[in-house]
Design a protein around this ligand. Structure first.
Ligand code: CA
Length: 515
């Protein structure tokens, strides 16, 4: 009798203990706030030493956490980067190799894995993957690319029409979710994702006059002549000189504004445009004017991102959430702010291949620390899972850099990064290429053309002079060729792409409407 009671008591005690442990674990597991910009180059962040702007709020994340100086993407373009972060797999394995593809949401994603692990998951803002989000308890996303003003956003319950500036609206929705909509008992993953500063760089009403009285410093390579490189650098269509259109340059009335918004805009651009027409610029002067117009609008969009991220960081402080929330800031890729005479991304050259990454994790990450470990967007989902204490599936291809965050990069951390870009023919005419980068060198193969480039980043940080055919680099080249094959094998890239049959949800909706 006594024995039976004691067994029963033991069981009760055990149950209580297990529950208590679960509760305690639930409390202790950190929240993950993933703040994601679109096309935000590291050159436009003051924590990265920007010469062109100040980003005091974004800098807070670096100042109170770690800045990564070698964070790379696997494929420098919007949709594919997002698919890599959801799946932890290269484009050829997740099926989303170029913009316009439709993401197969049935596959394994980090959001689903975190859901299973007991996290509450939400995505707010830009999604741009062609199919509805899966694995999210809450979603409120821009339709496709989404406009800068007055966006219509998709939710599981239908379309919500907003009036106002998109960067502020995405932040309002994110704050509302944090304050009122989430289950406070559970740890969360919030993917708070901006449209800004993507083309066509429409500033918010508050930022329209920022930089009015300043001249933005020009990058050293604004007038690059593309000599000493393979042919693709000459044959692209993304120059400030020739490929910014009147809409990009705000020389024509902008679509999608309310009458009131248009008035504010006319006041900002009307006098400047009149002055421009009067000046009748040509040649390099015209390029310089275009650069100023473009760079200022781009930076004004970032000013709004900075201000709005500041609102969220303040809320984390006020609510007490900050202490147990890991805050990550990154962009889907880097960007050309006039370097090589360009805007846009796509290339394996540093400005677009690298992306900003700052991580704040109070009590874990040393404030003001800097890492030059080669991390990638491919690693993000594994970091999320690691932070959550969830198991990491063996078929994810990155690696959690939690140890690096804690100040100790594993000795067997990767020493090279593999890249593969596919979108050709396509916007801006950048040839398909893959390549490998080590801490010092970079080898690029434009494989459809069978042209190569090799850069010595220590001697030629702007990548203006390919030494591929230089006999002095013969042994370096040979080593890199071997390394390139090794990483291609490692990431299972034999040139083929997994084919998923993903139905077009828009067609389905249209059919439904007609029916
Ligand atoms: Ca992008």
């Amino acid at each position: 009798m006594f024995r039976r009671y004691s067994t029963l008591l033991g069981l009760v005690a055990l149950t209580l203990f297990v529950n208590a442990t679960t509760w305690a674990q639930k409390d202790q597991r950190p929240n993950i706030l993933f703040i994601f910009a679109d096309d935000h180059g590291y050159q436009a962040l003051s924590c990265y030493g920007s010469k062109v702007n100040q980003t005091p709020n974004l800098d807070r994340i670096a100042k109170e956490g770690m800045r990564f100086d070698r964070c790379f993407v696997t494929n420098s373009i919007c949709g594919p980067s997002r698919a890599v972060i959801l799946t932890g797999k290269y484009s050829h394995l997740n099926g989303f190799v170029r913009n316009g593809n439709r993401f197969n949401g049935k596959q394994q994603t980090v959001s689903k894995l975190l859901q299973t692990a007991g996290y509450q998951t939400a995505v707010i803002g830009k999604w741009h993957l062609g199919t509805d989000p899966t694995g999210f308890d809450y979603w409120h996303i821009l339709q496709g690319q989404g406009p800068y003003y007055n966006p219509q956003m998709d939710t599981p319950n239908g379309v919500v029409k907003h009036t106002g500036y998109t960067t502020e609206i995405i932040t309002d929705v994110a704050m509302d979710w944090l304050k009122n909509k989430r289950d406070a008992e559970k740890p969360f993953l919030l993917m708070y994702q901006h449209k800004a500063p993507h083309r066509n760089w429409q500033p918010g009403p508050k930022q329209l006059h920022n930089y009015d009285d300043v001249t933005i410093p020009e990058p050293e390579t604004l007038f690059d002549d593309y000599s000493n490189r393979a042919s693709p650098a000459r044959n692209q269509a993304m120059t400030v000189e020739k490929h910014l259109n009147p809409n990009d340059l705000k020389l024509v009335p902008q679509r999608g504004l309310t009458d009131e918004q248009r008035k504010v805009w006319d006041k900002a651009y009307g006098p400047k445009n009149a002055e421009f027409e009067k000046a009748n610029l040509t040649g390099k002067d015209l390029v310089r004017w275009k650069y100023q117009r473009y760079a200022k609008d781009y930076l004004r969009c970032i000013d709004s991102v900075d201000e709005n991220v500041g609102r969220v960081l303040d809320y984390l402080d006020e609510s007490g959430l900050a202490d147990n929330t890991i805050v990550i800031y990154s962009s889907d890729q880097g960007w050309y702010l006039g370097e090589h005479g360009w805007f846009d991304k796509r290339w394996m050259y540093e400005e677009s291949f690298r992306t900003p990454l700052m991580v704040r994790w109070p009590g874990k990450v040393k404030p003001g620390s800097v890492s030059d470990a080669m991390v990638m967007n491919l690693d993000f989902p594994e970091l999320f899972l690691d932070v959550a204490g969830a198991s990491i599936p063996g078929d994810m291809q990155g690696r959690s850099f939690k140890q690096t965050l804690m100040g100790e990069t594993p000795t067997d951390w990767r020493q090279s990064v593999y890249y593969h870009y596919y979108e050709f023919p396509g916007a801006h005419s950048v040839a398909k290429h893959y390549g490998v980068r080590t801490q010092r060198h970079k080898l690029i193969h434009y494989y459809d053309l069978d042209e190569w480039e090799l850069f010595d980043l220590k001697k030629d940080s702007h990548e203006l002079n390919s030494v591929y055919s230089d006999p002095a680099y013969a042994s370096v080249r040979k080593k890199l060729e071997v390394e390139l094959q090794r990483v291609r094998d490692h990431y299972k890239d034999d040139g083929s792409v997994v084919q998923y049959d993903v139905p077009n949800p828009k067609k389905k909706k249209k059919k439904r409407k007609r029916a």
